[in-house]
Design a protein around this ligand. Structure first.
Ligand code: ADP
Ligand code: MG
Length: 317
């Protein structure tokens, strides 16, 4: 039997390699932070064929963009700006040059948009295609951590939640198409997420943001990360969560089902953040409050038992 899942393996590694240095934030947040190196932040993310995408169904231009976007999203969650990146490619024997070229074109477009420069990497032969990017950036102020949420902070999310997981269901099952009015919108949100660098830069300049995380595993699971790391609780009103209702055919009939799928789906690459400030801005929604303990979900003023929610977040293995 296998002993480790994704989270317990990270815990083991964290324990085995633990060290104390007040100028370094290591394992546990969206990026590592090195204060003494001019507020350097570092993150890495990998996309693997058949785990994160299916070769035959993939637009390699968009995959190139996404491979950098998911890393940019971690930089956004720390309130940072990107600087330089390293690119590692695993190339399978069946991959034609034209696919590699499309991938690199997409990656380059994203790198230009976010003003980050490729400074190195590695190319290896592999049974499947994979891409791993390590991105360096810096914070202009103090980094925004997962572990600094304060009791009574408002909980906010950027953008729309669930678009990406609805898009993935459409890609995996043709039948799902009929549930959605604009299937291309959802598929595009899954294949081409927008990293929230610009929005977070604007917000962190204007408001006091105590904590943040980007949503890679699902809003609920990632909010639990903030609460656990900050040693506090939360209450959220899940009918306030921004969902693209008007683009879903039978939303009214299955409202709760769609909301639960949206908050446990993952790959939104929106940012959940907490702040003592009342923030009324385009693309920002208040979904609840930080409390001293307990994870509470309310739907139409009734509390939902968390134990009834099957998939709190996406776990990779
Ligand atoms: P994210 O979704 O923001 O990329 P992850 O869930 O992948 O974050 O990882 C959580 C934390 O664990 C991060 O701080 C990451 O750097 C760290 N981590 C994940 N895998 C490893 C590993 N193999 N070795 C060391 N640290 C790791
Ligand atoms: Mg992250």
């Amino acid at each position: 039997m296998k002993k480790y899942n994704e989270f317990s393996l990270i815990e083991k590694i964290k324990k085995d390699f633990s060290f104390q240095n007040k100028n370094i934030i290591g394992i546990g947040d969206d990026c590592a932070f090195l204060k003494k190196e001019k507020n350097l932040i570092i993150t890495t993310d990998t996309l693997v064929e058949n785990k994160h995408f299916i070769f035959e169904k993939t637009d390699f231009f968009l995959l190139g963009k996404k491979s950098l976007s998911v890393n940019l999203s971690d930089i956004a969650a720390m309130g940072g700006i990107p600087l330089y990146f390293l690119l590692t490619l695993g190339i399978p024997p069946y991959m034609e040059d034209s696919f590699i070229e499309k991938f690199l074109d997409g990656l380059k477009e994203c790198a230009i948009e976010y003003k980050t420069k490729l400074i190195g990497g590695d190319c290896v032969a592999s049974n499947n295609f994979f891409v791993s990017i390590t991105l360096l950036g810096k914070t202009l102020k103090k980094p925004i951590l997962r572990s600094n949420a304060k009791i009574n902070d408002y909980i906010y999310t950027t953008g729309k939640i669930g678009d990406s997981s609805f898009g993935l269901s459409i890609l995996l099952n043709e039948e799902e198409k009929k549930c959605f009015k604009d299937e291309n919108y959802f598929v595009k949100k899954h294949l081409n997420p927008t990293p929230r660098i610009k929005l977070m830069k604007k917000l962190s300049g204007k408001y006091k943001i105590n904590s943040a995380i980007d949503i890679s595993d699902g809003l609920l699971g990632d909010l639990i990360h903030i609460a656990e790391e900050s040693k506090c609780g939360f209450e959220i009103f899940i009918d306030k969560i921004p969902i693209s209702k008007e683009k879903i055919s039978n939303f009214q009939e299955k409202e709760l089902e769609y909301i639960l799928k949206a908050i446990s789906g993952g790959e939104d690459y929106e940012i959940i953040f907490t702040s003592p400030d009342i923030i009324k801005e385009k693309e920002i929604t208040n979904i609840g409050r930080i409390t001293d303990s307990g994870f509470k979900l309310f739907y139409k003023d009734k509390e939902l038992a968390l134990s009834n929610i099957k998939n709190k977040s996406f776990i990779h293995f």
